[in-house]
Ligand binder design. Structure first.
Ligand code: MRU
Length: 358
């Protein structure tokens, strides 16, 4: 059975509480937008695509149970307000903001139809959210296959196996399934061309050791866990063929926000002449920002650094800076940006996506 971040059927949404992983796999019901907001905020569900899906599907569940209204105006206001609140749960991942815009537009368009009823507007929003779930899974498979093919042509054109270093969690637990950067690794493994994956621990929240390592072991993909501070040494001494990471927000010039630590991986990869790839669906791309300077970076509580499992390890009184993400400048993305629509050099991204997204 494959790992699932969420389980959805009409009127019912359950999420895997990722706070209990890797020790316990426990699914919890999410019956409202409020509960989804709290689950996202508490990091029970993580990863830009999964966050957006849980947000949108929680609204679908509430609408299915009759929330919103009475009257079209009240229903539209409910949809809009719910989506606006979901966007505030985690500010950096752009997928929720894009999905909110698309769902609100679909609701407004349906409501404008001559003789539209509340039920029809509800159905339209529910169906749109369900289609997002299906599309994410499809897109991830394409990302995996296109990325694997591109990477092999670039680093192993004569055949042979590759070793890929990745950061944070980008697998089935961060998406509707299959994964983005981990999807590329999965496709390489399926092709019999993966020697091994290196996954970073991903301090301070340890998404790598808790989630990615869990997925890699679960899927029986050969893999080695390293501390974040060991990445340059692994590139120098362990035969890393390429670095592939995910993204929370890719802007028009290709600058990419991803889990903090990504930027230094890109610098080290460039130093070692190792191609650095970003793998992300077009739903993580935002052409309305020109450069990464304008991406809002979430800052998280200092305890994530000073404490481990609730026990203080840092010297009392020390100041802490804990940004959850960093921006990798586009010029360091030397392999390309792998999307479901193709693999693009950063400077090609705007033109490649402009007819699909804004
Ligand atoms: O645990 P999060 O939500 O703070 O981390 C986000 C991520 O999972 C990543 O940054 C990931 O690389 C991009 S989302 C597939």
């Amino acid at each position: 059975m494959t790992l699932e971040a969420l389980r959805y059927s009409r009127g019912s949404l359950r999420i895997l509480n990722q706070l209990s992983l890797p020790h316990e796999s426990r699914y919890e019901a999410v019956g409202s937008v409020r509960q989804a907001w709290e689950a996202i905020r508490a990091m029970k569900v993580r990863g830009a695509p999964a966050i957006a899906l849980v947000g949108c599907l929680s609204l679908a569940v509430e609408l299915q149970r009759g929330a919103g209204g009475p009257g079209l105006a009240a229903l539209l206001a409910f949809v809009r307000d719910s989506l606006s609140s979901l966007v505030t749960a985690r500010p950096t991942a752009v997928n929720m903001a894009r999905a909110a815009r698309d769902l609100a537009a679909a609701a407004a368009q349906e409501a404008q139809r001559e003789g539209a009823t509340e039920d029809e507007v509800r159905e339209r929003v529910i169906r749109c959210a369900e289609l997002m779930l299906e599309k994410d899974l499809r897109d991830n498979r394409s990302i995996g296959d296109l990325g694997a093919q591109h990477l092999l042509e670039r680093v192993a054109p004569g055949g042979g196996k590759v070793a890929v270093l990745t950061h944070c969690n980008t697998g089935a637990l961060a998406t509707a399934g299959y994964g983005t950067a981990l999807g590329v690794i999965r496709s390489l493994h399926n092709l019999g061309r993966l020697e091994q994956a290196f996954c970073t621990e991903t301090r301070p929240y340890n998404q790598g050791s808790r989630l990615t390592a869990f997925e890699l072991v679960y899927e029986q993909i050969p893999a080695t866990l390293i501390g974040d501070s060991m990445a340059a040494a692994a590139m120098a001494h362990r035969g890393v063929s390429a670095v592939v990471v995910g993204a929370d927000h890719v802007v028009a010039n290709g600058d990419t926000a991803n889990k903090v630590g990504t930027y230094q991986l890109a610098i080290a990869a460039k130093h070692h002449g190792i191609p650095f790839y970003v793998a992300a669906p077009s739903s993580s791309c935002n052409l309305s920002l020109d450069t990464g300077q304008d991406i809002v970076i979430e800052e998280r509580p200092g305890q994530e650094l000073t404490d481990i499992n609730g026990v203080r390890i840092a010297a009392p009184g020390i100041g802490v800076w804990n940004p959850a993400f960093d921006i990798t400048p586009h010029e360091l993305i030397t392999g390309g940006i792998i999307t479901e629509l193709g693999v693009f050099a950063p400077e090609e991204l705007r033109a490649a996506l402009s007819s699909t997204i804004s």
